[in-house]
Design a protein around this ligand. Structure first.
Ligand code: HEC
Length: 127
């Protein structure tokens, strides 16, 4: 066998590119995760507009809105999320691996789950 210098160099270049892309993808993924997932539960009263809406948009409405796989149960508005709160709390607290666990096929931070639970405890405030 025997590679020419150019072949060897382009293999190394591809490997190098793959590694850089890999690092870029991992770091993008973790920064997106930070943006969309809370890591702390606020001590103030939880409101839909300030805390819950963003979680629904990041984790749920891709399916739970028009055109999604769960469009019959939209979670786009205060009234819709409020009306489904008991089912939502049931679904997001199910153990990993439970087929009924939400978000389906995804993950949610423990803080996000607690924020939704605390929203109910705080009285399901809109603003
Ligand atoms: C990848 C798509 C997808 C995502 C993301 C998703 N769901 Fe679902 N969800 C479904 C589907 C499909 C169903 C219907 C099947 C079932 O009941 O499990 C469903 C059912 C539900 C139900 C039961 C509705 C009913 O009428 O019985 C609730 C409540 C629910 N999801 C809440 C959520 C919440 C809250 C999130 C975000 C944290 C979420 N889902 C994210 C696809 C999704």
């Amino acid at each position: 066998m025997g590679l020419t210098f150019t072949e060897f160099f382009s293999m190394k270049k591809n490997l190098f590119t793959a590694i850089i892309l890999g690092i870029a993808m991992v770091s993008c993924e973790s920064s997106t995760y930070d943006e969309v997932s809370n890591t702390e539960v606020p001590t103030e009263k939880i409101t839909y507009t300030k805390h819950v809406k963003g979680i629904m948009e990041a984790k749920c409405t891709s399916c739970h809105s028009t055109g999604g796989s769960a469009s019959s149960r939209p979670l786009n508005t205060y009234a819709q999320v409020n009306g489904a709160i008991n089912q939502i709390i049931d679904r997001i607290q199910r153990p990993a691996g439970d087929p009924l666990r939400m978000p389906q096929g995804g993950t949610m931070s423990a803080a996000d789950i607690s924020i939704v639970v605390k929203w109910k405890e705080d009285g399901l405030l809109e603003n």
